[in-house]
Structure formats: structure tokens, C-alpha cells
Design a protein around this ligand. Structure first.
Ligand code: GSH
Length: 289
């Protein structure tokens, strides 16, 4: 059992949850997640154990203390694990990062409500009202500023909590095909290639419901993540490996890829791998790629 427990929302839609989870994943700090389903009675039920939280993410520390806001979670994690590199050691870059995070946390309401994060459906020909366009221009200005002083490829050079904060905005630019310049486009591509976000998305594709509240009338297109390696779920338990690459438990569910069969200890582990095999280092190491 991991010492930290993080309550999150539906992975396909909960942008604040993604930010907190990314901090754990990038720092390599083990965390148990509890999913509180958005717009369902079970949401409040799950959060009862995280009082006084009323939104996700909410984090329970090993001593039982609850933290109910994404910035507080990120900063507390950095304080407890300064060696994890969540913020750069360079003081000027770190200060810039904190300003970036603060503006994300309190800003861009028009853009966020016009284009809610949806990692299941991507759109094209999306009209951008003035207020959202102004937000988008400001985001580009901030990204350019940070990338200029750090040299990239992440906002502060190496991946940091600033990139966690802006990951959902990068997903909006990609998912709604929003018009941005070359620098922002390259920064969005950096997120799309990132295995942490791809794993989060793969888990959401497998486990989440498709919430119609997030549907838009605009034309749809394929999500512009890198095309996943072709794999499919198959029946039976026959596989080249005896134990699951993630848990070490016996194989019960199998996928086929390039004519070879690989096994996992439950359908979720198998299906999240089928969704994007290359995003899972333990699987790729097992198959020797
Ligand atoms: N300021 C909060 C915002 C959290 C938030 O609004 N989370 C949304 C999900 S992404 C939520 O819990 N919505 C459910 C609700 O408001 O009832 C943070 O940074 O953590």
C-alpha cells in the first residue's frame, strides 16, 4: 500500500486531477488512487474519506492530513521530496515556474469553459470566441517567455510542476485543434509524446465512461497523439510470459501484438496496454523493445 492516497476524477476529463497525478508519476513517488466519478452520487461518497475536500484532486498524507487543492498538493510534494526535481534548483527558473502555475490556477476561464479537457474525443473547425482567443494568446505569451529563458523543451528546461499545470491546456490545444504558433505547437507536441500523459489517457479510455456533458457539436477527428502500436485483446491465457509485467502476478488476460501473445494479471492491465503499448515501459522492456 503506497503511503499517499490521491482522490481523482475521471481521467479523460478531470484536468486538475491530471496535474496532481503527473507530479507523482514524474517524481516516481508511489501513490494509491481512488477514483471519484464526476457528476455521480459516488463522487461525494468517495470524498467523505477526504474531508473537508469537495473537489478532486485531494491527497491524504501518510499521517492522515488531507490537502484539497492541486497547487498545495504539488508544493507539499516538492517540500517532502526536494530530491525528486519537481522544481528546478535554479532560483530564477523556480520563481518563474511558480508565477506560471499561479496564473494557470486563477486564469483562462474563457478558454477552459469553451474547450473542457476531453481526452476521448478530438475536434476540428472549432470556433474560438474573442475571450477564449485572448486567453490562448496569453498562454502562448507565457509559454514563449518560459521556453525562451529556459531553452526548453519543457517550460523550465527539464520537466517541472509548471508543465504539470499546463498539461491540460496543451491537451486542449491539441484536442480542439486550436490555432497556435510554432513554439506553442512544439510544446504541445512535447506533451503528446510524453509517456506519463499517454498512460493516464490509456487508463481513462479503458475505465472511464464517455461523459456526454463534454460532447460538442463540432466535427470530430482522430486524437493527435502518436499512433499507438497495433495490439488487440484476445481470449485465453496462453502467453509468452507467465507473470504480469506490472504486478508479477499470474497471467489471466492476454493481448496479441505482431503475432505474439503477452499476458497480464487482469483485464484493466491488459486493456490499458492495448490502448497505447509503447507508453508502458515495463511492457516494452518485457517484449524487448
Ligand atoms: N482549485 C482546485 C480545483 C479542483 C476542481 O475544480 N476539480 C474539479 C474536477 S477537475 C471537481 O472536483 N469538480 C467537481 C465539483 O466541482 O463538484 C484545484 O486546483 O485542485
Amino acid at each position: 500500500m503506497a503511503p499517499y492516497t490521491l482522490a481523482i476524477g475521471d481521467k479523460s476529463f478531470s484536468s486538475w486531477s491530471l496535474r496532481a497525478w503527473l507530479a507523482f508519476d514524474k517524481a516516481g513517488i508511489p501513490v494509491s488512487t481512488l477514483q471519484a466519478p464526476l457528476y455521480q452520487d459516488a463522487f461525494a461518497e468517495v470524498l467523505k474519506a477526504f474531508a473537508p475536500a469537495r473537489t478532486v484532486p485531494a491527497l491524504r498524507l501518510p499521517d492522515g492530513t488531507v490537502i484539497w487543492d492541486s497547487i498545495a498538493i504539488a508544493e507539499e510534494l516538492h517540500s517532502r521530496h526536494p530530491e525528486a526535481g519537481l522544481w528546478p534548483t535554479d532560483a530564477a527558473l523556480r520563481a518563474t515556474g511558480r508565477a506560471l502555475v499561479a496564473e494557470m490556477h486563477s486564469g483562462f476561464a474563457a478558454l477552459r469553459s469553451h474547450c473542457p479537457m476531453n481526452l476521448r474525443i478530438a475536434y476540428r473547425d472549432v470556433p474560438v470566441p474573442d475571450a477564449a482567443a485572448q486567453d490562448l494568446a496569453r498562454v502562448e505569451r507565457l509559454w514563449s517567455h518560459a521556453l525562451d529563458i529556459s531553452g526548453g523543451p519543457w517550460l523550465l528546461g527539464e520537466w517541472s510542476l509548471a508543465d504539470a499545470a499546463y498539461a491540460p491546456l496543451a491537451m486542449r490545444v491539441a484536442g480542439y485543434d486550436l490555432p497556435v504558433g510554432k513554439v506553442a505547437h512544439a510544446y504541445v507536441a512535447q506533451h503528446l509524446a510524453d509517456n506519463s500523459i499517454r498512460r493516464w489517457r490509456a487508463m481513462g479510455l479503458v475505465r472511464d465512461s464517455d461523459l456526454v456533458q463534454y460532447h460538442k457539436d463540432w466535427p470530430r477527428r482522430t486524437w493527435p497523439f502518436p499512433t499507438p502500436l497495433a495490439a488487440r485483446a484476445v481470449d485465453g491465457t496462453e502467453a509468452e510470459n507467465d507473470t504480469c509485467p506490472y504486478s508479477g502476478d499470474p497471467v489471466t488476460h492476454v493481448l496479441e501484438m505482431d503475432g505474439r501473445r503477452w499476458g497480464f494479471c487482469n483485464p484493466t492491465c491488459r486493456d490499458k496496454t492495448v490502448a497505447d503499448p509503447a507508453a508502458w515501459p515495463a511492457f516494452m522492456a518485457m517484449i524487448g523493445r
